[in-house]
Design a protein around this ligand. Structure first.
Ligand SMILES: [Zn+2]
Length: 305
């Protein structure tokens, strides 16, 4: 399939990140000084909004601030800007506002589905980066305080010389298929009736296929016979921030599925008719994930096969 056309929220934003040139501080300062430069303000992972769109404010042509940390700076000023990239209009930066600063901020989970792909990508990138900076102030190698370089895309340790880069945690999410049915599972903590595709973190030493087979076996007892990739989705909304959801189809050998009773309280097979009704919100017992979740898109893609 054409993965660039996959309709996953937060994917396909088309930002030109200039990942090579953003290492050059003078180049970054020149982008900040361009007349068309804009800045997105984030607060606690949520974007500033204006009339239902991301509030991309013109940079007030002050020199690029040089405070040490990306987060809110002492004295209540916004922290060091991160360079997000170029959208169709020009360079875009992100700053993080202090906790009780002015401005209208919207819960990213609530508004993401209504943003353009470029807007959703900017907000996801900024949220994941600020979350990473907030948790990585000290060098994991030697414990010294690290400093920010590369327009916010690297932390360097002045003590041992180690460089640290923003991390992304891969998660496999799979729609198990058997004949003309798909399997959905339910976590006991979810709202009543909510079911979704099975999922779990990739572990060190595993391939995507290995992780898919293990999670499927652990959570439902099923054995994966064939695993197919569908698409992926950056997922900045979890407490840890920067996850990548890797969407898969897993054909299984039999339909003897059983919920593990810990992660999942129930699993159930859905026919195409049932799955279609769950997506449409008309199934009497099963509510599918919203369209912004890759699980929704996996079910839809299977129905359209
Ligand atoms: Zn160090």
């Amino acid at each position: 399939m054409n993965t660039l056309a996959a309709p996953n929220t937060f994917a396909g934003g088309g930002l030109d990140r200039h990942s090579e040139t953003r290492r050059d501080a003078s180049w970054v300062a020149a982008q900040w000084a361009r007349p068309g430069a804009r800045v997105l303000t984030m607060r606690g992972g949520d974007p500033a909004m204006d009339g239902g769109r991301l509030a991309l404010a013109p940079v007030n042509l002050a020199p690029l601030p040089e405070s040490e940390a990306p987060g809110p700076a002492p004295g209540g000023q916004n922290g060091m800007p991160l360079f997000l990239g170029f959208d169709a209009t020009g360079p875009v930066f992100a700053v993080e506002a202090r906790e009780n600063g002015p401005g209208a901020f919207a819960d990213l989970r609530s508004v993401a589905g209504a943003l353009t792909p470029a807007e959703a990508s900017m907000a996801a990138t900024a949220r994941a980066l600020f979350g990473w900076h907030a948790r990585h102030g000290f060098c994991p190698s030697c414990g010294a305080s690290t400093s920010v370089t590369d327009a916010g895309w690297k932390r360097s340790c002045p003590s041992c010389g180690a460089d640290h880069f923003p991390r992304t945690d891969p998660v496999v999410i799979m729609l198990a298929l058997h004949g003309e049915r798909c399997l959905l599972g339910r976590n006991a903590s979810w709202p009543e009736g909510r079911y979704s595709a099975l999922a779990g973190f990739l572990e060190p030493g595993e391939s995507v296929e290995d992780a898919c087979a293990r999670e499927l076996k652990e959570e439902s007892g099923l054995t994966a016979m064939r695993v197919r990739y569908h698409s992926s989705q950056p997922w900045p909304l979890s407490p840890l921030g920067g996850q990548l959801m890797i969407g898969l189809f897993a054909e299984v050998g039999d339909d003897r599925a059983q919920a593990d009773g810990t992660e999942l309280s129930d699993v159930r097979w859905l026919t195409r008719k049932d799955a279609s009704a769950a997506l449409a919100g008309t199934h009497p017992e099963v509510t599918a994930p919203p369209a912004m979740a890759i699980a929704h898109q996996l079910i839809r893609a299977w129905l359209e096969e």
